[in-house]
Design a protein around this ligand. Structure first.
Ligand code: TA6
Length: 285
């Protein structure tokens, strides 16, 4: 029996549901968006807002939105959507595998023609591969099929489920330089990251794993990565939560974003024919 099946989920969007010996998971074809990862015997690892919308044109609020081909605001066109188009477009399934080790692997590809209708981009291949096993591995693979070099930014903008953000710390970024997106200032991280207000930071030259230590649930989530030299940490806290219609006023308490990114000065530039990956590997430590 296969470890995956396809259903019409929230908002009648097509979803893949995965259940194997290691975990359960859910992936929306809309955005190639992982919305759930629950290792056997564990609490959900990913967070999704109770107020999330599931409709074309609006990103699902939570899980792992794919931000590409830019992170944040478009560099020159204010009319373009925040965090690019990948998370608000359909990604057809191209492969579904039950792997020999018992894990499940699904792959999705974005249509270059569909993206070109929205923004000027060269020929490219964009493939999302999600592997659900003891860990969750999510890989964005990009290949430049155009005749010119091409630069992009992006992120796997992961929302993690936590007991109470006030009891959580992020370890592994001590000493890292970061841009504070709230003030525009450049600073250096002193010790572990803790939370007593809105935090929105892009940590530079960070290629290693970091740990989300949740004292409330006595759980540590490890976030490892490949193809990323920047890490974004975000909690909107009270005021910003109240401003987002797809985010409950008090939901900031139960979530934290630790994003595997190509953001800030971590711009990826591909020569013609070159390729790159942006991969996050998530597990319970
Ligand atoms: O990754 C942090 C961030 O860039 C924040 O500044 C905030 O805007 C967040 O992403 C969510 O952005 P969104 O467009 O999904 O509301």
């Amino acid at each position: 029996m296969s470890t995956y099946r396809f259903i019409d989920g929230e908002g009648d969007l097509p979803f893949a549901k995965i259940e194997n010996q290691f975990a359960t998971a859910e992936i929306s074809f809309y955005g190639a968006h992982v919305t759930s990862f629950i290792p056997q015997g564990e609490k959900p690892v990913l967070w999704v807002s109770r107020q999330s919308m599931y409709q074309y044109g609006k990103a699902i609020r939570g899980g792992i939105p794919v931000c590409w081909p830019w992170f944040g605001a478009h560099p020159s066109d204010r009319n373009q959507p925040s965090h690019g188009y990948a998370r608000i477009m359909a990604w057809p399934l191209v492969e579904a595998l039950d792997l020999p080790d018992g894990a499940t692997q699904l792959s999705f590809e974005l249509s270059p023609e569909a993206l070109k209708q929205r923004v000027a981009v060269p020929d490219f291949q964009a493939k999302m591969t999600v592997t659900v096993g003891r860990e969750l591995e999510v890989k964005l693979y990009i290949r430049n099929l155009g005749p010119e070099a091409w630069s992009y930014t992006g992120a796997l903008h992961t929302y993690f489920n936590v007991s109470d953000i006030r009891k959580v710390s992020v370890c592994g970024l001590d000493g890292a330089a970061y841009r504070d997106s709230l003030t525009g200032e450049d600073k250096v991280q002193q010790g572990d990251i803790t939370f007593a207000g809105e935090v929105d930071r892009i940590y530079r030259d960070t290629t290693g794993a970091c740990d989300i230590v949740d004292a409330g649930w006595n759980r540590t989530i490890r976030v490892a990565k490949r193809g990323s030299a920047s890490t974004v940490v975000w909690n909107p806290w009270i005021e910003k939560s109240q401003k987002m219609s797809d985010f409950g006023d008090d939901e900031y308490l139960g979530m934290l974003c630790v994003e595997t990114a190509n953001a800030g000065n971590d711009v990826r530039r591909l020569a013609p024919g070159a390729d790159a990956e942006l991969t996050t590997i998530i597990g319970i430590a």
